[in-house]
Design a protein around this ligand. Structure first.
Ligand SMILES: *Cc1c(COP(=O)(O)O)cnc(C)c1O
Length: 425
């Protein structure tokens, strides 16, 4: 009797299989060898026949060298942090692809000399917020706040209202983040009410700056009071405002969301924001302020550790100068057109109804805003196979149904969505 292990094809024989050789070229040798080893193991344990090892390995090959998979966001949450926040516009994706090779990010092709890094993205940001004397970009809004604390309040105090000491998600708290620089938080006011005199009383020789944080992921109602930016700007201390969501100008549908232009106009010295929330761009931290202050931030030794890469700069510039990104479209699209799409899809699919529903802005933005929307409603049992499909589809479970909310699905993806549902039946 021959040992079945003797008949399991050897790795070099398998790597010579044209399909696996091609995969080695696109995915890399290590990844293909891992897949081959798993298939060989299955043959050794008797799970598959030895002559099936090559086929099983080919079937198990991933479609790309990254484990990240494309997802259709049918949750109805426009900026979904667990799904990577803002999807990039086609213009931004093209820019990223171009920038991913060697590119003139820090080089002047005309003179052949070094040039200011990311000057195109900086110029686009400056044009988008003309009242800012200077702009700077770091890794994310958390990094923008770190750099601010390190530059304006080394060993000093940052004065913040108790009502604005927020947790931004995954257990990260803004106060702890900023105190990790060695600066101290000086809390003023109470949870529900803070007045101008609370800030004024706290200002002294130890003050680095006053910080106002937009409590973007929750809303306080009832007996509440906070001090508007214009009043805080009269205090005798630099004023930093974290607007969170990254609107650069007022948005008609989101009247309670602060924007960089208005906040600067109201007298803030520095504004910080995220790039991948309502702006609809790549993960980034945006800083707007006076030219001199921005230069101090840029020149801080730690700025180098917080800088963004060329692909972020490329995506940011294209988001600002190109057509509206998917986030803007998802906010703007009218509910009537969503209802028509839902009805059309439901008619093509078994077990499906078209229903009205409510979508949300998400991503720590506009917690009180309900966006009227329409969805394809399926039995809950569809949720798991949809998530495991290609592309993966993530819907929202509501009252025992799996809703595919179309506000967060591009119309161009409707066909793909229908096929993904049909693949589950
Ligand atoms: C989202 C948010 C942050 C964190 O921003 P990141 O870009 O994720 O670092 C900070 N402050 C506020 C008010 C936010 O809404």
């Amino acid at each position: 009797m021959t040992d079945p292990r003797r008949r399991v094809p050897r790795s070099d024989t398998l790597l010579a299989d044209p399909r696996l050789a091609e995969a080695e070229r696109t995915l890399g040798r290590a990844l293909v060898k891992t897949v081959i080893a798993e298939a060989q193991q299955k043959a050794r344990s008797g799970e598959i026949a030895p002559d099936r090892v090559a086929d099983v390995a080919v079937a198990a090959l991933p479609s790309s060298a990254s484990s990240l998979r494309p997802v259709i966001n049918a949750t109805g949450v426009v900026v979904h942090t667990n799904l990577g926040r803002a999807p990039l516009s086609t213009a931004a994706i093209d820019a990223v692809v171009t920038a991913s090779g060697a590119t003139d990010v820090e080089f002047d092709l005309q003179t052949g000399r070094r040039a200011r890094r990311g000057r195109g993205a900086m110029a686009a940001l400056a044009r988008a917020v003309p009242t800012a004397g200077g702009v700077h970009v770091v890794n994310n809004n958390a990094a923008a706040l770190l750099l601010t604390a390190m530059t304006l309040a080394p060993g000093k105090e940052m004065i913040v209202s108790r009502g604005e000491l927020i947790e931004i998600g995954d257990g990260f708290r803004l106060p702890a983040l900023m105190e990790s620089t060695g600066s101290r938080i000086r809390e003023v006011g109470t949870t529900n009410r803070t007045h101008l005199r609370d800030y004024a009383d706290a200002i002294g020789p130890d003050t680095g700056f006053v910080l106002k944080v937009h409590p973007s992921n929750y809303a306080m109602t009832g007996f509440t009071s906070s001090v508007p930016v214009a009043e805080l700007a009269t205090l005798d201390a630099p004023l930093v405002v974290d607007i969170g969501s990254g609107l650069l100008t007022p948005h008609p549908l989101l009247p309670d969301e602060p924007d960089a232009t208005t906040v600067l106009g109201d007298g803030a010295d520095l504004v910080t924001a995220s790039g991948d929330k309502l702006l609809g761009g790549p993960q980034a931290g945006l800083l707007f302020g006076g030219a001199e202050l921005i230069e101090r931030l840029r020149r801080h030794p730690a700025a180098r550790a917080l800088r963004v890469d060329k692909m972020t700069l490329a995506a940011l510039e294209a988001t600002l100068t190109g057509p509206p990104p998917p986030v803007a479209e998802a906010l703007r699209v009218d509910v009537e057109s969503l209802r028509i799409r839902a009805a059309r899809l439901a008619a093509r699919l078994p077990d499906a109804d078209a229903v009205d529903c409510i979508a949300a802005v998400g991503g720590g933005g506009a917690p009180g805003v309900a966006l009227p929307s329409a969805a394809v409603s399926l039995p809950e049992a569809y949720a798991a196979p949809l998530r495991m499909g290609t592309p993966a589809v993530v819907g929202r479970l509501e009252n025992g149904r799996c809703l595919l909310d179309l506000r967060t699905v591009a119309e161009a993806d409707d066909d793909t969505l229908a096929h993904a549902v049909l693949a589950c039946t």
